[in-house]
Write a protein that binds this ligand. Structure first.
Ligand code: HEC
Length: 144
């Protein structure tokens, strides 16, 4: 995984990405003792799976900024065409000096890597981010 990345990427981002993948986001649960106590593996949708394995190291939804911006409601916040292009080639958009890309880069300091996503996977990811944002909004309205 490390070899496949660009050597020009931010080392902190890489470490975070690889660490997250290796420990499956469970780095902080040091006292997990037995597989018997392991939570059941939920049945992930393709979008959810992609998000967890490719995006969650740098992004959260509704928990504030990580290495990148929080993605809650990003599907409503950004123009759809922009979002699709961004997910496919953030590096290219930055190189072309897209105003939003520049603004984000100034704020977050590290560039989002091009993850070589297919059109189909980009579609799954957008569906997942939209539905997860709705779920979170519903949970909030129930809690109030
Ligand atoms: C290595 C960290 C990293 C990974 C992995 C990553 N991103 Fe990002 N992402 C960023 C950063 C940093 C930004 C802010 C733009 C910049 O600085 O280039 C960003 C910006 C974004 C934005 C724009 C947010 C806005 O407010 O407009 C979206 C959408 C996004 N990422 C989605 C994703 C998705 C979906 C994935 C997984 C397929 C992903 N990112 C994977 C770091 C990452």
């Amino acid at each position: 995984m490390w070899i496949k990345r660009s050597p020009f990427e931010n080392p902190k981002g890489l470490a975070n990405l690889i660490g997250y993948r290796m420990f499956d986001g469970m780095v902080h649960q040091k006292n997990t003792k037995s597989f018997e106590n392991a939570p059941e593996v939920p049945n992930f949708s393709r979008g959810h799976y992609l998000y967890r394995t490719r995006c969650a190291a740098c992004h959260t939804m509704g928990q504030g900024d990580r290495l990148g911006p929080d993605l809650l409601n990003v599907v409503d916040r950004r123009d759809r065409v922009w979002l699709i292009r961004w997910l496919k080639a953030p590096d290219q958009m930055l190189a072309e000096k897209d105003p939003i890309a520049l603004e984000l880069f100034v704020r977050y300091k590290i560039p989002m890597p091009n993850l070589q996503l297919s059109d189909i996977d980009v579609g799954h990811l957008i569906d997942y981010m939209a539905s997860e944002s709705r779920n979170i909004a519903e949970q909030h309205s129930v809690a109030e």
